[in-house]
Design a protein around this ligand. Sequence first.
Ligand code: GLC
Length: 559
Amino acid sequence: MADKWWKKAVVYEIYCKSFYDSDGDGIGDLQGVISKLPMLKDLGINCIWFAPIYTSPQVDNGYDVADYQNIEPAYGNLEIFKKLLDKAHAMGIRIIMDMVLNHSSDEHRWFQESRKSKDNPYRNYYIWKEPKEDGSEPNNWGNYFKEGNGSMWTFDETTGEYYFHQYSAKMPDLNWEYEPLRREVYKMLNWWIDFGVDGFRLDVISRLKKSPGFPDSTQQPDPVTDKGCFVADRRMCTDIPGIHDFLQELNEEVFGKRGCFTVGEGAGINPDNALMYIAPERKELDSVYHFDLSSRSRYTITPEHFRTVQKKWAAVIEQGGWAVQYLSNHDSARQVSCYGSDGEYRTRSAKLLGTLIHTTPGIPFIYQGEEIGMTNVYFDSIEDYDCCYTLGDYDALVKNGVSPEDALRTVAPRSRDNARTPYQWTGADNAGFTTGKPWMKLNSRYTEINLEKDRASDDSVFAYYQKLTAMRKEHVAIIDGNLQFYVESDPQLLIYTRHCEDETLLVIANYSGDKARLILPDVLKKGQWKRILSNTEDKPVMSDRDELSPWEVEVYQML
Ligand code: GLC
């Protein structure tokens, strides 16, 4: 039986800036979140992950932290956050903070000091290197945002050296090799635990350690999307030997000692190396947020891919690790647009996708708006986009001769802004998000897709998600059951059971926009099954038919 609270959790990610604006400045805020806690309680979630809400110049919407121990003024202050925390706790909702330990903002006090002189006490909090003899960057690594000339190094006049940043030049990497920096970080994390938070989502945690000696990457630059001679070769800073020393020390000084929940954002963590990060006896992280199923660069998921990924991660879980289930977040496009269908079958496919992540092993993470089936946006001007990746990719394409129209068409479908448009509360002005001017344009479909509408119907995506979260509380097999797939070569059907000593559940899904022939394996025909969830109305139970509608899904319990 699952022993830890987080194994039974349903986590809801809040991107505060776009959630709910309580004071009319066009930016979502914590008071806004407080006013919506009852809705989250009704949805049935029991943990909130806050994307960064710390003081920040907002270059990357908060992932550029200027003060780890304060709240972004546009969102509120520590007092309001404390009130939110207490209210959430009183409602049985835990809170985990997004903790960005790989880099800070260049406006953080540590960096301001660090850049002053080579002998400043904070100099080694960051990574500084001398120019090559010809004055150029210390190596050929390219930043992921493809910002500026593309390099991960920015020259600083004051001391005549380059500093290192995997992302924006305004987000310098912290130097984890330097013990005083690590001590300072542990103090800060323990302060948050004293404050009352229940755990951390650890941003790009597998990237704290860099390749020793910072050697050039041997990868060739992509002629179209890379800039100049710099290559965005993520391998140089991902899952590098030595990363586990950092994680073990973090656990010893903070996570393990204080018993808080951790989920590591795990680029480069895969089923083969995952146990090194999450096996309980290694005392590092509790769970991993991996990119095998869904990621910013994945446009579709096939049943075959779904089965392969789920089987591999289920094996990791069986060996004592724990992972997360999700299909979208603030870094991706909207799941119903990518992996389902956002036309005629929007609600049905949104329900199917929700069912898949709520019935496979691991912790389901819902991203705000997913529970009402929010869809991608299609802005017709690059000016309306805000995401650093989108702007960097667009710029690189145009510089390489692609027409602005084609460049926009290329970057838009995967833009993180698809997921960052304001939450659609109602069909009224600005979708009820703000009484002011929203910081980002809304998705024009808000009169059709909004929470108010969903709450008025028993058949909505929201109502269905309520059933999913309730099902998790009632059915132990969802947490503890092993995973077994059937009809494994079928290109449309996903059929699987979750089985534990006390219960067997069966999921049957047509993961396609066409009808599917229902092939029920003999072994499943034998049992007596009770239907406990379905996304289509009034259909006979599966034993009495041989066809599934497009995007149909059903869950059965063995009697
Ligand atoms: C993570 C965050 C993303 C951010 C990046 C740099 O991937 O989820 O939003 O841009 O880290 O902090």
